[in-house]
Design a protein around this ligand. Structure first.
Ligand code: PRX
Length: 625
């Protein structure tokens, strides 16, 4: 076994050789002629000339050896159902859905927006897109109609796929009316909407000529297999929208070959798992974690993947550990928020079930505080690996790599840079490298490794401007996170450098929330900041200036506006009304100072403030002296 340090070094110094070897983990219909084309920095093209297909690698390739092995197990504690699909059955379903899509006119390169809860049909649809070379864009079910419309207008899908609804804590959440509303708002609506009626008893009128009933089309579609479309490695496989500094979400574009290789390599090296083993990733399919570690990586590796619809404490706080026992789960992947939720319950729940099969619990998506890390690791008696990555990277950037070397875990740290990432901690002032224990910007020296985003959908210029222009002296990828490395080489993530906040592991731009608040007709302007929350990590807090104070707008009205525009995940914890926002003389809102006050910290340098009275108003709202 080589050390992680040696492996990392090799992956940077002998980049092409390293990845050429990893590329053998997947099936290539046509071999690549070059490992990397980096002739147009910062755009990296991996495995040039190679042809492959993600669905073939995730499904067809396993039929011979593991056709009767479970591929997908869906467990819903919301609708009290479990469904199991072997690789053979998954193959049959995906083929049928691909044929259905073809009958709706879908072709290679067309976009498909999938707006569905965690249900097997969503997985079939995603893989069917991959099979046909259509580009999927899964939108998290928590987003409201206006957010969905913005994504429709950016992706311009030919088809949308949805369900009658989802369910949370036993409460039905309608999806179809939201889709209807989003299509009404959109300028580039899809020609067809395919709807899976789960029978949630929702009144669901179909729009004639546009809406197609899934089950009806399914029964009319032949069972004949649909050939995989072989794609050049750099062609887009999917778009996943994520929040940034501006209100407009960015369509993170992923390729085909690089993505497949990165997924395949991460399973043995990072997650210490492989064919025949079972993984339980508790995420939603609408997030990057769901894409990579519910669907693509486990299936490409020939594993059994568990898709869960439900919450961690219903019917009781032992439900996940019962799943681990009953399905002999080997690897589990969740988010710190979920563990903080479980921490409120009796730790006896952790001991109630037989967890012998479980090797590791992985956590990502937001900072994992030391006490929570210690509580879960000691409660389970298993290694709990905090690892750090982003929608943009698609797979871990910082992690322990126990498949390579069993390094010691330090609570609160996502350990070390992962192979393929030339990670740097750069001083904000001059892009020089920071020393041990010095807070700096976490940056990646390009080219980004296989599987990381290739560009922003339809906007190469924005890709370069957003991610590679933080430092004037150096073209490096900025993660927009602060980090620090201790003297032993362990990294710690200290929060974002931009206006992105993390609510229960959900990434949101404060500008997006501000835009939603501003949709209220009586709001003149507002500032939204993220404040620390014990359970959810962070929560948005809004300060708004009313156009007409006499109208007596309530904070509830403003919250309802956010629910409607963005979805309940963006709802501020409170809305405070002020007559003026603290701004610099050049007109920039002092969000960092507001956030600091709200968290009881020093607001920092205020010499540039236009009117100190504005800050006093914020203090008065918060009851701060
Ligand atoms: O700020 C970092 C935080 O979540 C951001 C990425 O969120 P998202 O695009 O939703 O991707 C999640 C994929 C796991 C990062 O920029 N973050 C993620 N993991 C960690 C983290 N912060 C601290 N520790 C982590 N382990």
């Amino acid at each position: 076994m080589s050390s992680y340090k040696e492996t990392h070094k090799r992956s940077i110094l002998e980049r092409e050789g390293f990845w050429a070897a990893e590329a053998k983990r997947i099936h290539w219909h046509k071999p690549f002629t070059r490992v990397l084309d980096y002739s147009r920095p910062p755009f990296a093209k991996w495995f040039v000339g190679g042809e492959t297909n993600l669905c073939h690698n995730a499904v067809d390739r396993h039929l011979k050896e593991r056709g009767d092995q479970k591929a997908l197990v869906w467990i819903s504690t919301e609708v009290e159902k479990t469904e199991t699909y072997t690789y053979k059955q998954l193959h049959a379903e995906v083929n049928r859905v691909a044929a259905m899509m073809q009958s709706l006119g879908l072709e290679r390169g067309d976009r498909v927006i999938i707006y569905m809860p965690n249900m097997p049909e969503a997985v079939f649809a995603i893989l069917a897109c991959a099979r046909l070379g259509a580009i999927h864009s899964v939108v998290f079910g928590g987003f409201a109609a206006a957010s969905l419309a913005a994504r429709i207008d950016d992706a311009k899908p030919k088809l949308m796929i949805t369900a009658d609804g989802g369910s949370r804590m036993g409460k039905v959440i309608p999806y179809k009316p939201l889709v209807d509303e989003s299509i009404r708002l959109a300028e580039h609506p899809p020609a067809k909407v395919l709807i899976f009626n789960r029978g949630l008893d929702l009144n669901m009128p179909l729009v004639s000529g546009r809406d197609v009933d899934w089950k009806d089309l399914y029964s009319k579609t032949a069972k004949e297999p649909v050939s995989c479309v072989w794609l050049e490695s750099s062609e887009p496989s999917y778009i996943l929208y994520t929040s940034g500094t501006t209100g407009k979400p960015k369509g993170v574009q992923r390729d085909v070959g690089g993505h497949a290789v990165a997924m395949a390599a991460s399973m043995p090296h990072i997650y210490c798992a492989g064919a025949g083993e079972t993984i339980f990733t508790t995420s939603d399919i609408g997030w990057a974690v769901g894409h990579s570690y519910i669907i693509y990586a486990p299936l490409i590796a020939g594993m059994t993947t568990i898709l869960y619809e439900g919450v961690p404490m219903r019917p009781d706080a032992g439900v996940w550990w019962k799943i681990v026992q009953d399905h002999k789960v080997n690897v589990m992947f969740s988010a710190p928020t979920a563990i903080r939720v479980l921490k409120k319950f009796d730790p006896a729940f952790l001991k109630q079930y037989d967890l012998a099969s479980l090797k590791h619990l992985f956590l990502a998506g937001e900072p994992l505080d030391e006490p929570t890390h210690a509580w879960i690791a000691e409660g389970l008696g298993k290694p709990v690996i905090d690892h750090y990555w982003q929608t943009e990277t698609g797979w871990p950037v910082l992690s322990a790599m126990h498949g390579i070397e069993k390094t010691a875990i330090k609570y609160g740290s996502p350990s070390f840079p992962v192979y393929g990432y030339d990670l740097k901690l750069l001083r904000e002032s001059d892009a020089s490298e920071a020393g041990a224990d010095e807070k700096a910007v976490v940056a990646i020296e390009p080219p980004l490794p296989p599987g990381s985003m290739s560009t922003i959908w339809g906007d190469d210029e924005r890709f370069v401007k957003t991610y590679f222009s933080t430092f004037s002296k150096k073209m490096v990828y900025s993660t927009f996170d602060w980090g620090i490395r201790d003297k032993d080489g362990y990294y710690f993530i200290l929060g974002r450098t931009d206006d992105v906040i993390n609510v229960a592991g959900h990434r949101l731009g404060t500008r997006e929330i501000e835009e939603a608040v501003n949709m209220h007709p009586n709001i003149a302007e507002c500032a939204v900041v993220g404040v620390a929350d014990q359970l959810k990590g962070q929560l948005p807090l809004a300060f708004a200036v009313l156009k007409d104070v006499a109208k007596k707008t309530t904070s509830q009205e403003v919250m309802d506006t956010v629910d409607k525009q963005l979805g309940a995940i963006g709802r501020p914890k409170a809305v405070h009304f002020v007559t003026l926002l603290p701004k610099t003389r050049s007109g920039k809102t002092l969000r960092r100072s507001i956030a600091a006050l709200a968290e009881g910290r020093d607001p920092g340098d205020l010499t540039t403030i236009e009117d100190p009275g504005a800050l006093q108003q914020i203090k008065d709202c918060l009851g701060v002296k």
